[in-house]
Design a binder for this molecule. Structure first.
Ligand SMILES: NC(=O)C1=CN([C@@H]2O[C@H](COP(=O)(O)OP(=O)(O)OC[C@H]3O[C@@H](n4cnc5c(N)ncnc54)[C@H](O)[C@@H]3O)[C@@H](O)[C@H]2O)C=CC1
Ligand SMILES: O=C(O)CCC(=O)C(=O)O
Length: 630
């Protein structure tokens, strides 16, 4: 062979996600009553050989004996392996076709299952270096060709020595034997492949880590199926976001950092510098100052409904999309509000507290049914409206007030003013959003307007209510009880104490901002938000973004997609198209959506184009952000 560069790939846990002999065991031992135990033995032997802790040759002989496999099992194995090709290998089929002469599979696995898998990707059969089985007359596997160097210890080194490749050699693999090729001086570089398995002993030794084939290709300036390796894109998840979100980002190969609590502005300014995707809940404030420090930020995920904690205007101007989960926890908040309305109406928390202290206070004094009582809902959005339906089902008469016109559900009665609602309601519950103008919207005047002894709930945002006024109204008996889930200041984590004048007051239910904290809601949110963000990253779709012009794009077919975010001033689209025309780029489709501040232009173009167009587009005046998707 006489080529400049050779790419040596391992097969098990690299080309495929799995170890083929482990999979073979699943098939051949499926009827064996000791299956689990034998499979574990096989796995242990594989792992110990792969991380260099034991002799490879010895382990292989033992594994084959334990397998009791035959030719039929191999056919089934190939079908399974076809499905288990590593994700980044699958998407980069083009690389294997284009560089077929320079790609070698060097494996201590067996050609009988490797060849059918890798040749489907354009790899040449003669470039597959692996062991071969020995069969008896019935087709049972009884051993392997012991003459083949690959079944011996240091087999890969011996093979490379024999091959005598003239040129640079790059090795990609997950195992110690792959690293040994470089150690023996037979390769220029070794990349520890960690997409499927991370072997500490191998990673420690490796000078390069490749969490995917994309990274290997990117690092070597080779053609890739995607525009940028995901492992180079950092996702920072704060405030105990559900593990499902991590799982989804991880599955796509993103680099993830997780912190349990919220961060202060100063801490976030420091942490955000190299972050591309930020995930928060309701506590973390993403201010203009934070955004100024965010050199690489592309998207913010608010893993909640409220987005008042994010400076939406500043993020829009910086070309950063913001997504939330507008209805994933709606039901949970409604259920808590309903429960609290009943608990407050029966003074349950006081009675329960007394019981815990050993006091039996059986009395009906001050306890009422909720049936026929008037519920006043302030803010008739998703939560308010759903509460309206369920409260009516419990027999309550619903009154609502909203600053905008809303569809009246069931028998709910619309109030034209907040005052009208406050004068009539036995229970007042706040479900407004946390926009800045709602700060202190509920204070002394509003409590004074309420009926004597009426109940009050706030599950919206803490800054909406003047707490001293609420405390005063509770102490004076004007308000008969309250349930408060949100506070003007909330602890950053579960270690910080909760300080409030509301503590210790009778018939007051205090909850630590858990209106949306149910398993169902958190799982829903953890699906919804990462999917919106990843869709934006992968396709440019901004559908359901809370700050960006919403655009739902068609699938990108045989095209490169140019994504241009700019200030919405006259002439930018013309300049973009001039740059495309000047470089004779063939446009396959173009989509534009603007709002008052930014323009969002997506142009799908033929894959072959002069790269000069990229720098020309970046130079277009008023460009905020530009990126390409393959
Ligand atoms: N406690 C918790 O764990 C949770 C709290 N929330 C809070 O609940 C809020 C409401 O959620 P959704 O109903 O989904 O939002 P939404 O946006 O569907 O509804 C909010 C409604 O309030 C209205 N509104 C705003 N200001 C008002 C005012 N001053 N007077 C009367 N109406 C006003 C709006 O016009 C809108 O109809 C969220 O913004 C969030 O702050 C949401 C989920 C969980
Ligand atoms: O669960 C959270 O962290 C915040 C819930 C919330 O307030 C919201 O969804 O707006």
């Amino acid at each position: 062979m006489n080529k400049d560069k050779y790419f040596i790939l391992d097969f098990d846990s690299t080309f495929t996600q799995v170890e083929a002999l482990d999979e073979l065991g699943e098939i051949s031992l499926s009827q064996d009553e000791n299956k689990e135990q034998v499979l574990q033995e096989i796995k242990d032997l594989t792992n110990s050989a792969m991380d260099g802790s034991s002799s490879f040759a010895e382990g292989l002989t033992k594994r084959l004996k334990l397998l009791h496999a035959n030719k039929n099992h191999l056919q089934q194995l190939v079908k399974i392996l076809e499905e288990k090709v590593s994700h980044s290998i699958k998407r980069n089929k083009g690389f294997f076709n284009e560089f077929a002469d320079q790609i070698l599979i060097v494996s201590s696995g067996f050609k009988e299952f490797i060849v059918p898998i890798v040749t489907a990707y354009g790899i040449k059969e003669e470039n597959v270096f692996a062991n071969t089985f020995r069969f008896d007359e019935q087709g049972n596997i009884i051993g392997y060709d012991e003459e083949n160097v690959l079944c011996q210890d240091k087999g890969k080194i011996k093979l490379l020595d024999k091959l005598g490749l003239q040129g640079d050699v790059y090795v990609l693999g997950d195992g110690y034997t792959d690293y040994e090729i470089k150690e023996a001086g037979m390769a220029n570089r070794f990349y520890a492949f960690t997409e499927n398995v991370t072997r500490d002993k191998v990673v420690e030794k490796a000078e390069y880590i490749a969490p995917s084939l994309d990274e290997f290709l990117y690092h070597n300036k080779l053609p890739m199926a995607i525009s940028y390796p995901k492992n180079r894109i950092k996702v920072l998840l704060l405030e105990n976001i559900h593990a499902k979100a991590t799982e989804l980002f991880r599955k796509e190969g993103y680099q993830i950092e997780i912190l349990p609590g919220a961060l202060s502005e100063e801490e976030l300014c420091e942490r955000i510098k190299d972050v591309s995707v930020l995930g928060i809940r309701s506590k973390t404030q993403v201010t203009a100052k934070v955004l100024e420090c965010a050199n690489r930020l592309m998207s913010i995920g608010a893993f909640c409904i409220g987005i008042n904690q994010v400076d939406l205007d500043a993020s829009l101007k910086a070309g950063i999309t913001v997504f939330n989960a507008p209805f994933s926890n709606t039901r949970s908040v409604v259920e808590l509000a309903l429960g609290e309305i009943i608990m407050l109406s029966r003074k349950i928390f006081d009675k329960s507290t007394k019981m815990h202290q050993g006091s039996w206070d059986k009395s009906a004094s001050g306890s009422v049914e909720v049936r026929d009582k008037k519920l006043g809902i302030v803010g008739y959005g998703n939560i308010g409206a759903q509460l309206s339906v369920l409260a009516e089902a419990m027999g309550m008469q619903v009154y609502y007030y909203d600053v905008v016109e809303k569809l009246q559900l069931g028998n709910a009665r619309k109030c034209d003013t907040l005052q009208q609602l406050l004068e009539v309601a036995d229970v007042v519950t706040l479900h407004v959003d946390g926009r800045a103008s709602n700060k202190d919207m509920f204070g002394k005047a509003e409590f004074d307007t309420m009926k004597d002894g009426a109940l009050f709930l706030n599950l919206s945002r803490g800054h909406v209510v003047e707490i001293p006024a609420l405390v005063e109204s509770l102490k004076s008996g004007k308000i008969g009880g309250a349930a408060v889930d949100v506070f003007p200041y909330e602890p950053a984590n579960n270690e910080e104490p909760f300080v409030s004048e509301l503590r210790g007051l009778p018939n007051v239910i205090l909850t630590p901002h858990i209106g949306g904290s149910t398993t169902e809601a958190q799982e829903n949110i953890a699906h919804f938000v990462p999917n919106r963000i990843m869709e934006y990253m992968n396709t440019g779709n901004t559908y359901q973004s809370v700050n960006f012009p919403n655009i739902q794009l068609p699938a990108q077919k045989e095209a490169h997609r140019l994504i241009h975010i700019h200030q919405n001033v006259p002439g930018v689209l013309a300049n973009i198209n001039n740059a495309l025309a000047k470089n004779q780029v063939n446009i396959l489709g173009q989509y534009l959506k603007t709002n008052e501040q930014v323009g969002y232009v997506i142009t799908d173009i033929d894959k072959a184009y002069d790269k000069q167009v990229i720098s020309d587009l970046k130079q277009v005046p008023h460009t905020i952000k530009f990126r390409i998707l393959y």
